[in-house]
Design a protein around this ligand. Sequence first.
Ligand code: GLN
Ligand code: ZN
Length: 774
Amino acid sequence: MQTHNLGYPRIGSQRELKKAAEQYWAGKISLTQLNQAGSAIRLHNWSLQKKAGIDLVPCNDFSYYDHVLDTSLMTGAIPARYHDLMQDKQLPHPDLLFAMARGYQKDGYDITAMEMTKWFDTNYHYIVPEFTANQQFSLFNTKVLNEFVEAKQNGIPAKPVLLGPVSYLLLGKEKEPGFHRLELIKKLLPVYIEVLTKLEQAGAYYIQLDEPCLSLNLTDAERKVFTKTYEEIKNKLPDLKIILASYFECYGENLFTVLKLPVQVLHLDLVRCSGQLDDILATDFVHSRTILSLGVVDGRNIWKNNFETSLAYIKKAADKIGKARIWIAPSCSLLHVPCDLDLETDEKVLTPEIKQWLAFAKQKIDEVVTLKQLANDENSEVANTKLKENITASQNRKTSSLIHNAAVKARVKAITDADAARQNAFSIRKEKQHSALNLPLFPTTTIGSFPQTAEVRTWRAKWKKGELTQVQYDELIAKETEKAIRWQEAIDIDVLVHGEFERNDMVEYFGEQLKGFVFSKNGWVQSYGSRCVKPPIIFGDVSRPESITIRWTAYAQSLTKKSVKGMLTGPVTILQWSFVRNDQPRSETCTQIALAIRDEVADLEKAGINVIQIDEPAIREGLPLRKENWQAYLNWAVKAFRISASGVKDETQIHTHMCYSEFNDIIQNIADMDADVITIECSRSQMELLDAFAAFKYPNEIGPGVYDIHSPRVPSQKEMTQLMEKAKAVIPMEQLWVNPDCGLKTRGWNETKAALLEMVNAAKALRQQVTVNA
Ligand code: GLN
Ligand code: ZN
């Protein structure tokens, strides 16, 4: 029996990589210094894993930005728009890498960045490879080789990790018509063979090829490409030992293909898919010589492993195929969890009782090693002490009064269908809302946040450090809110917002005021490049001890006669952007959050707020990886939203907001959410998204974002009128709102003011036109 790890967090336990990269971009440190920072992180991670007793330690899991982008650099898949820059500037590879990730706007160049998208169902973003019809590949960057040599020189039992060739192609995009990217495998494979040969020559005996696309629904043709590719690798490199890794889901209908691939080790994510172990052990796979890597330690969540459960899997497999054919591992790369729980020393933040239920990357490495000890030697005293501790912690979690709240559980049980439905259908609500709100055609609004300037953020920092008193801080927030209200009135926006100045982050702000959530001090996880997030931890039953948003919303409303829109984060988004407890179904946790938000909605209504927005930007990204699981998810997710939104009278208008999603395939479910108004991102795609809503005859009101808030560029009134004309051509104008495509918190005031003024004028021009034509 052996242990291995699929990948370790690359950002550094103190976010050293983030700091070094950002300093390098700002010209404050040299490339040599950046490389030193990278090398220090790698060495630290490797030594830690080796010392813990991991038999095969991953290398090339490190990256200065993203491992998919690294693969593009390795294979020379560099989009043409960078070629002149490369030539003229003789850019060192790290600079080219950063230019591809972030764009290059200096020295007379204006090259756009490559696109970024979510890595499967995680919050990690990768840089999407770009392919052309006559795409060429050649070995361009040898980082994988360099890191392997570096690891070996440091005495590390290293295993190079590479994104597999088929998944690499599938994760990319065709940049011109007329071909399918998988056809490129013929040209790509020789580069992989060259790299693998070089690694073998350098002394690598095991190489991990990640093919996470094997967790998706594939066509027969796609499966065939997998078969051919791996047979070809075997032909060319008969002695190389390949570890094939997929994760995040079952192999599903790909399993039959996978079991036949000529690889030495097959990795299983038993956290996401425990059932497939039985499936495999029931086939004649048991008579083969392939090793099974059992991914029993959760690489996606921060809970301590349940040793008894994991040992049961290991034993089941060992009984059938023998211990020699079993490896123990985390379920996937540990990229998705924070580095080290030992750094959480503030007992007021993370109490010892909660801390004993958790494990971050470093602790998970120890768990993998302990599981091997326990499986190998039932009598090991050290290991058995750890087993006892583990059992105590998990029993204690099952019964802890911190976690379990009988009233919350009872309330979830008592939910009826009526709780998830408004009193009347939209057609009736619409009339009542129109007379209550008295809005013009093409009403204008924004998505919630106004610029979170450096100044606003300093207030919060000072208040948290005790340098500002609560009273002083509140006064500053009140002034800023009042300014925002006055300014919105001045430019004549129809439905105002309070500006969200009091909020750090749309999930954290709510999590901090709900029971059942805790926050780590240092639990950072890479989101993209140097950007990290610190997800809240939902450890227990969720309840709302007191109202969360009434104070600032009601204050803003008291300043104006116009409607101020209450602003809440929806249950699915709160769930999606947190580490969620694993001792009950996600749907149950989501429903508990929904009830808390429902109470907040009711309180807002009581406080005289007649428009309330419940943001659900994450509803689509929560979709399971396999289509056969979509409906079950959508059923509970949509219901959770409806529970949060349905406790109000017909006159109260519920908005929701979503961004950066492909809505086409879930449009029915979006309609089922039954929000009175939905605001969505549309401006980047020039309203293409609206086609889905139009074709579907989306019944409720809709605000297609008329400008992209992710850019400081100020759009003109004319551009926005034109976009709205496009919208009007496919959707009845009585249903249309005019708004930006997302919150404005990352923008400065200057561009925000200029853009919104243009936007209001665009709406007015549209109204005028209607009157003229009438
Ligand atoms: N109300 C939030 C804001 O304006 C919505 C943010 C989002 O869609 N991610 O900031
Ligand atoms: Zn948004």
